[in-house]
Design a protein around this ligand. Structure first.
Ligand code: NAP
Ligand code: MN
Length: 265
């Protein structure tokens, strides 16, 4: 059973980070929050670090939809880290509110060859691991859409739209729009292979299927956020929005567009 005031803290186990975590642990104790024996019992799962650490925390705790994730940044501002280590009083205050202010973030469910699904908070990327291109048939719902040949594709959540997707020329999407953005990485376009050439955004009930054309030269690598999956002979990847979302504790006056502005403008 979860108890309202139990928390679980995740951070990279270095000496420096252990030191950084001490004032936080002390503040939490003073406010009567207790360390949960495992993350399964915790109401609050706290990540200390950057966005990278937040992505790992959510992955390692199984993308729980029944707890509240908290991101505390150790240096700069981040997209998933509402708080910084200089704002611990504000953090405690926010955790003690009778009605907690949370954001809900859509996540992507990726199924490789009908096996158990993987979840993604930023994106699922499928790309060539060699100097050669690879070919995929792209289907939306059950309809064939295009044949892609090139380096790969990024399928990003709205919150992931500011990461790899953005570097590949994709649009930044408001997390209030549950959707997946499909973005090409260096598609080859000629009379034989033709793709849309721009990224496109799929609504929440769509399914995307990438069927890898088995040419004998295909060596794609699949990544879910910052983790690479190793599957020897992938035939297809099915992607859709998961039917659950994660909840993240929100700092007041720190909207998504606020963070986009601060980070990029
Ligand atoms: P990394 O290569 O060490 O860092 C990637 C950078 O992206 C870091 O500055 C990270 O912030 C930031 N970031 C992570 N999620 C973000 C988000 N939703 N919006 C804006 N920036 C974000 O890898 P990592 O830290 O483990 O992060 C994994 C992510 O890197 C992947 O999910 C992918 O989106 C991204 N990536 C980008 C490229 C590219 O732009 N060409 C290539 C591969 C992967 P922190 O410093 O706070 O961690
Ligand atoms: Mn990083």
């Amino acid at each position: 059973m979860t108890s309202q005031n139990q928390y679980y803290l995740f951070f990279k186990q270095t000496e420096k980070m252990k030191q950084t975590s001490l004032p936080l642990i002390k503040k939490l104790e003073q406010a009567a929050f207790k360390q949960a024996p495992t993350f399964n019992e915790a109401t609050f799962i706290i990540s200390l670090g950057g966005d990278n650490s937040f992505l790992q925390t959510v992955r390692k705790t199984g993308f729980r939809s029944d707890c509240i994730y908290i991101g505390i940044n150790t240096d700069d501002i981040g997209f998933y880290t509402d708080f910084t280590v200089d704002q611990l009083d504000l953090l405690i205050q926010s955790m003690q509110e009778s009605t907690l202010e949370v954001r809900k973030y859509p996540i992507i469910e990726a199924r490789i060859d009908q096996k158990a699904p993987f979840y993604c908070l930023n994106e699922c990327t499928i790309r060539s691991s060699t100097i050669k291109t690879f070919v995929m048939d792209v289907c939306i719902d059950s309809h064939y859409f295009e044949t892609f040949r090139g380096d790969g594709m990024i399928i990003a959540t709205p919150t992931g739209s500011t990461a790899y997707n953005k570097s590949a020329g994709g649009a930044v999407i408001d997390p209030k729009l549950p959707s997946m953005q499909v973005n090409e990485i260096s598609s080859l376009n000629n009379s034989e292979y033709r793709t849309l050439g721009t990224s496109f955004v799929l609504g929440s009930d769509r399914q995307l299927t990438l069927k890898i054309v088995q040419t004998g030269n295909e060596f794609p690598v699949i990544a879910v956020d910052n983790e690479a999956l190793s599957f020897p002979q992938v035939k297809q990847v099915q992607l859709q929005l998961a039917n659950r979302q994660i909840q993240v504790l929100k700092l007041k006056n720190n909207s998504f567009w606020n963070r986009v502005q601060r980070k990029f403008l």
